[in-house]
Ligand binder design. Structure first.
Ligand SMILES: [Cu+2]
Length: 727
C-alpha cells in the first residue's frame, strides 16, 4: 500500500485536471513511434507475462487472483466482475456513478507473484480487451524500482468509449534503469463503466537497449515467482506438449484414499493463460512412465496397480496398462497392454520413433526384468502397439526403478546409473547395444561402464539413488552429467558428488565432476560440508547452461535451498542463483517453458502432504538486452539433413532445438539440446539439421535462437520428421 501513497502524493500536488492533462499530454508524445513497431513484433515475441490475464482464477472475496482494487477521491463507485467476458466466464468491471474528484482502477497486484517481471531498458506491448461508455478511461502503468519500490510511471493511452469489445494496445517507452516489474490497469476518472478482459504484457523490445542489467540481484541470480494459484492436482508427472500446454499427471497422487476410491486425476495447464482443464483419467498413472511420440501425443505406461496391503501381504504393485494422451482432444486412449506390470519404469524414444522401457515393479511387486517395446505406427488408430514377448530380445536384467536411459548417437542406450529406491540392485552403469533388440535370437550386449564415484559407495550402498542425469548441451558432444543422489534408507545425507562421462571416447568411463554447491537448510544453516542433494533437478537452458535447482538432504525431508548454473564449457557450477522458496524434493520436477523460463512443481514430504504450489524461475538472461526474435520460419516441418531457413531481428550466435520436458521424480533423461549449426546471411539464417535421428529423435522441439549476450528468443515449435523404421 505504501506505493499507493507515493502515487497519491504526486497526484495531489497539482489540481486533478492539471495533473490529468499533463499526464495525457506526456503519454501522447511518447506513443507515436513505438505504437507502429508493436503491431509487427508482438506476434513473434508472443509471451504474455500477465498472471491470470483473463481474470478467470478467483481469489479472496471471489475477486480475480492477482488483481487489486485501488483509487482515491470523492466518488461513488463499484468494482467487481461480470460474465460479459471477452473470453472465458469473467471480466473485470469498474463503474463510477457519481464523481467530484479522483479515480478508480483495477490493476495487477504489486507483489512478487503477480506483477510481471520485466527488464530495464526494454519496451513492453500492453494489450487489453475492453468495453466502455465513458471517454474518461486511460491505461495507467506503475513500475517497481529495485531501489525505490513501487511507483506511478505514466498514463499511456486514453481509451475511447466502445459498445462492443475492442482491443487496445500500447507500447511502453523503454523501462527506466532499476525497473524489474510492471503493473498496470485501466483508470476510470469520469462517470461510466469500463469492462476489461484478457490483458497482456509482451516484451516487444526490438533494438538492443542497454546491455548492462540494473535489476539488482535478479541480474545475476534470476528471480522466482510463486504463482498465486495452486495446481488442481498433485503433479507427479509433467509433460510439456507442442500446444504449449503442460500435462500434469497425479493418478492417485500418492494418496491411498484416492486410490481406494478410484479417484485418478490429471490436468492440462495453460501457462500463458494460467488456466487448468481437469481431464478424465482412466487409470492410476501414479509413478508410471511417459514420453512423447513422434506425432506429439504422449505415451503413458504402467503406474500403480496396488498400494502396500495393510496386512503386509504385498507392497506396491505395477500396472500393465498403457494409454496415449492426445493434446488435440485432451483425452486418453487405451492401447494394448504391456507384457508385465511396471511401477517406476523408464521410457525412451529411439531414433526410429519407437519407445523402449525398462525396470519398475511388476504386477506382483517384484522388480520387473521384462523389456517393453512400443512399435510406433503413425498410420494405425492406436499410433502403434506394444510388442509381445517373443518379438523382443529379453536380457532379463533388472534395471531398477526409473533407470535413467539416454539414447546415444550410435543408437545404443546409456544407463547412467541414476535410479530411484534401490541401494544395491543394479548399481553400476552400462551401455546397452540394442541393435538386435527385435531379433530375440541374436546377442544384445550389455557393457558395464566404470568410474561412478559412489558405486557401491559407503556401507555397500550406491549413492546414485535419486540422483539426476542429463545429456549435456549440445547433444552432439555426447557428454553426460550425473549429479547428487543418495540412498532412500535415510541413513546418510545426500552426496554433493557429480560424475561426468564422454560417451564418444573409445572406452567411456565416468570421471569425477565438480561438487554441487553447498545449500541452506530450512533453519537457515548451511547443510553439512560433506552433504549435497538428492532429487536435484537439472534443466537445459537455451543458452547452453544447465540450471540446477531443488532437492533435499534426505529422501523426503530436509529440503536444501540451493541453485546454480552448470556451465558445460568450463565444467563449473556458478553458485548463488536464486532459490525456489517452495521446497522441491520427493515427487518434484522442474522444466523449461517455451518462453525461456523454468517451471517447478510438486513436493511430497514424508508426512504424506503434497505441496500444490507452482514456481516460475526467470533466469538472469531475461533481464539483459533485447531478446532476439525469430521473425519468420520457412516451415515448422523439418527433415533430417535439411537446411531450414529462418529470419531473425538481430545478430544471433546460436540456434538450438530443445526437447519438451517429460519429467517425473526430478528426472528427465530424455532432455536434449541439439545444436543447429548456422549459415548466416545477414538476418537470414540457415539452420543445419542433424542427419542422425539418434541425435534428435523425431517429434516436436522448441527452436530457440540466442544472441551474443546469452539472451534466448522465445521458442517456436518445429517438428522433426519421423523416418519410417528400418529396424
Ligand atoms: Cu513416486
Amino acid at each position: 500500500m505504501k506505493n499507493r501513497r507515493i502515487r497519491f502524493r504526486g497526484r495531489l500536488s497539482r489540481t486533478w485536471r492539471q495533473h490529468r492533462l499533463l499526464r495525457l499530454a506526456a503519454a501522447a508524445v511518447t506513443l507515436v513511434l513505438p505504437f507502429v513497431v508493436a503491431a509487427s513484433s508482438s506476434a513473434s515475441a508472443g509471451v504474455n507475462l500477465v498472471v491470470n490475464p483473463g481474470a478467470e482464477q478467483a481469489g479472496p472475496g471471489n475477486f480475480p487472483l492477482c488483481w487489486g482494487k485501488y483509487g482515491y477521491g470523492k466518488n461513488a463507485y463499484s468494482i467487481g466482475t461480470t460474465r460479459k467476458a471477452h473470453s472465458g466466464n469473467r471480466a473485470i468491471q469498474v463503474t463510477i456513478s457519481k464523481r467530484s474528484s479522483g479515480d478508480r482502477i483495477v490493476q495487477m497486484l504489486e507483489n512478487q507473484s503477480c506483477a510481471p517481471w520485466v527488464a530495464a531498458g526494454h519496451q513492453y506491448n500492453l494489450g487489453v480487451w475492453y468495453m466502455s461508455n465513458t471517454p474518461d478511461a486511460v491505461i495507467t502503468v506503475f513500475r517497481h524500482d529495485v531501489k525505490q519500490g513501487w511507483q506511478f510511471w505514466m498514463d499511456l493511452k486514453a481509451l475511447p468509449a466502445t459498445g462492443k469489445y475492442k482491443y487496445a494496445s500500447v507500447l511502453t517507452p523503454r523501462t527506466p534503469p532499476n525497473t524489474d516489474q510492471l503493473s498496470w490497469g485501466v483508470t476510470v476518472y469520469g462517470k461510466g463503466t469500463v469492462i476489461t478482459d484478457d490483458y497482456s504484457v509482451v516484451d516487444a523490445t526490438v533494438k538492443a537497449g542497454p546491455t548492462a542489467c540494473s535489476a539488482g540481484a535478479a541480474c545475476t541470480q534470476g528471480v522466482w515467482q510463486v504463482l498465486p494459484f495452486p495446481s488442481p492436482v498433485r503433479t507427479i508427472h509433467a509433460v510439456l506438449m507442442h500446444t504449449g500446454n503442460v500435462l500434469l499427471v497425479a493418478g492417485s497422487g500418492n494418496d491411498p484414499s484416492y486410490f481406494a476410491a478410484g479417484t485418478f486425476m490429471s490436468a492440462v495447464y495453460n501457462p500463458v493463460k494460467g488456466t487448468f482443464q481437469v481431464v478424465p483419467t482412466p487409470d492410476d498413472f501414479f509413478c508410471g512412465g511417459h514420453i512423447q511420440l513422434p506425432d506429439g501425443k504422449v505415451l503413458i505406461l504402467g503406474g500403480t496397480l496396488a498400494y502396500p496391503a495393510a496386512d503386509g501381504s504385498h507392497g506396491y504393485q505395477g500396472l500393465n496398462t498403457s494409454y496415449i494422451f492426445n493434446p488435440a482432444t485432451s483425452s486418453y486412449q487405451r492401447v494394448n497392454d504391456l507384457i508385465d506390470g511396471h511401477w517406476y519404469p523408464s521410457a525412451t524414444e529411439l531414433g526410429n520413433g519407437d519407445v523402449i522401457s525398462f525396470g519398475g515393479l511388476s504386477t506382483t511387486g517384484r522388480g520387473s526384468t521384462v523389456t517393453e517395446y512400443f512399435k510406433y505406427n503413425p498410420g494405425s488408430p492406436s499410433d502403434g502397439e506394444w510388442l509381445p514377448l517373443n518379438e523382443i530380445h529379453e536380457s532379463y536384467d533388472y534395471w531398477d526403478l526409473y533407470p535413467a536411459m539416454i539414447l546415444m548417437q550410435n543408437g545404443s542406450l546409456f544407463y547412467t546409473g541414476s535410479h530411484v529406491f534401490g541401494s544395491n540392485i543394479k548399481s553400476e552403469s552400462d551401455i546397452y547395444d540394442i541393435t538386435n533388440i527385435l531379433n530375440p535370437g541374436t546377442p544384445a550386449p550389455v557393457t558395464e561402464v566404470p568410474g561412478l564415484q559412489d558405486d557401491p559407495g559407503v556401507m555397500g550402498m550406491d549413492m546414485t539413488d535419486q540422483s539426476m542425469s542429463v545429456l549435456l548441451p549440445p547433444a552432439q558432444s555426447q557428454k553426460v552429467l550425473l549429479a547428487g543422489g543418495g540412498t532412500s534408507n535415510y541413513v546418510l545425507p545426500a552426496t554433493p558428488d557429480t560424475d561426468l562421462i564422454d560417451l564418444d571416447s573409445p572406452n567411456p568411463g565416468y570421471t569425477p565432476g565438480p561438487l554441487l554447491p553447498r545449500g541452506k537448510l530450512s533453519n537457515g544453516q548451511l547443510e553439512p560440508a560433506s552433504a549435497g542433494k538428492m532429487y536435484v533437478s537439472l534443466v537445459l537452458l537455451p543458452n547452453g547452461m544447465v540450471f540446477e535447482t531443488g532437492g533435499g538432504l534426505t529422501n523426503r525431508e530436509e529440503p536444501v535451498y540451493e541453485a546454480s548454473m552448470y556451465d558445460p564449457a568450463t565444467n563449473t557450477f556458478i553458485s548463488g542463483m536464486a532459490t525456489d522458496p517452495v521446497p522441491r524434493t520427493y515427487h518434484s520436477s522442474a522444466f523449461l517453458l517455451p518462453d525461456g523460463r523454468v517451471m517447478a512443481i510438486g513436493n511430497n514430504p514424508g508426512n504424506g502432504s503434497f505441496d500444490l504450489r507452482i514456481s516460475i524461475y526467470t533466469p538472469p538472461y531475461l533481464f539483459r538486452a533485447a531478446r532476439p526474435q525469430i521473425t519468420s520460419l520457412a516451415t515448422p516441418y523439418w527433415t533430417y539433413g535439411s537446411t531450414q531457413q529462418i529470419t531473425v531481428n538481430q545478430k544471433i550466435v546460436s540456434a538450438e532445438l530443445i526437447s519438451p520436458a517429460s519429467v517425473t521424480h526430478s528426472s528427465d533423461p530424455s532432455q536434449r539440446f541439439v545444436a543447429l549449426p548456422l549459415t548466416v546471411s545477414g538476418n537470414r539464417i540457415g539452420l543445419n539439421v542433424t542427419t542422425n535421428p539418434d541425435i534428435a529423435p523425431a517429434g516436436w522441439y522448441m527452436l530457440f535462437v540466442t544472441n551474443a549476450n546469452g539472451v534466448p528468443s522465445v521458442a517456436r515449435w518445429v517438428h522433426v520428421n519421423h523416418v519410417a523404421a528400418n529396424r
